[in-house]
Design a protein around this ligand. Structure first.
Ligand SMILES: Nc1nc2c(ncn2[C@@H]2O[C@H](COP(=O)(O)OP(=O)(O)OP(=O)(O)O)[C@@H](O)[C@H]2O)c(=O)[nH]1
Ligand SMILES: C=C(OP(=O)(O)O)C(=O)O
Length: 221
């Protein structure tokens, strides 16, 4: 007998796309770091590793990582991700980040989950739940998103391939204005998924939530 109360998980249908800029250019706002850990490329790698660990555990259809940095490609490959080079051009009015994300999604059909790559506290269960709720919204809406800890940015955007990602400063409002539905607008759930790391304060918040093993070992070990 089929249990009509249990919906299938959306993760196995979903392509997760992450963008990572060149490691030496990343996280300019993440300072000061404690002197013993003042190696931002290593921290970005650790956070990417913890993010990808959780993404893999969520069981998506595929993972795509877009980056100009070969070191990022090597890490992504270790997680079974498809690696994509930075696009060589971008449409007028597009930022480099959104062009990179759209370029990563371009070859694939089905729902695309654009996810921040610096979510070292994220648990697979939170991502799975958000993907499931996004799938429900995509029946009527072009996209759905989870805002970040501050409520102004976007941690996760799930959309069809034709929806233009609008990440950047104020992206929650931009995605809302493009008719994307905000998931859990009261911020009552998924603090781990919402905590992308831009500043030392973000890192402190992620520590309280519980950092993934690689970031934790780097900073605390
Ligand atoms: N592939 C690619 N990824 C990008 C690009 N710009 C930003 N990203 C990634 O998108 C995410 C958010 O980027 P930003 O907030 O602009 O940059 P950041 O390195 O996180 O931090 P700041 O240097 O402090 O702004 C990070 O994972 C970045 O690595 C880009 O042009 N190409
Ligand atoms: C790009 C974004 O985030 P941040 O710059 O905070 O990493 C965003 O929230 O759209």
């Amino acid at each position: 007998m089929v249990d009509m109360g249990v919906r299938p998980s959306a993760a196995p249908e979903t392509t997760v796309v992450l963008a990572v800029k060149a490691l030496d250019d990343a996280k300019s706002r993440l300072r000061p770091l404690p002197p013993a850990h003042d190696d931002r490329p290593a921290l970005v790698v650790a956070m990417l590793t913890d993010t990808l660990t959780a993404v893999v555990a969520a069981g998506p259809r595929r993972i795509v990582v877009v980056s100009p940095d070969v070191r990022v490609h090597t890490i992504a490959s270790d997680f079974g991700a498809v690696t994509v080079d930075e696009p060589t051009s971008r449409p007028a009015g597009w930022t480099a980040l959104n062009a990179a994300l759209a370029h990563g999604a371009a070859a694939f059909d089905g729902p695309i989950a654009y996810l921040q790559a610096d979510l070292p506290a994220m648990r697979a269960r939170s991502l799975q739940e958000a993907l499931d709720e996004a799938a429900d919204e995509l029946v009527d809406a072009p996209a759905a998103f989870v805002s970040d800890r501050a409520g102004t940015g976007t941690a996760l955007l799930v959309a069809g391939p034709s929806f233009r990602p609008l990440f950047g400063v104020g992206s929650a409002a931009a995605h809302r204005a493009a008719a994307a539905v905000e998931l859990d607008p009261d911020h009552s759930r998924w603090p781990d998924l919402r905590t992308d790391i831009d500043t030392p304060d973000d890192l402190a918040a992620a520590r309280v939530l519980g950092l993934g093993g690689t970031t934790s070992q780097l900073l605390l070990g």
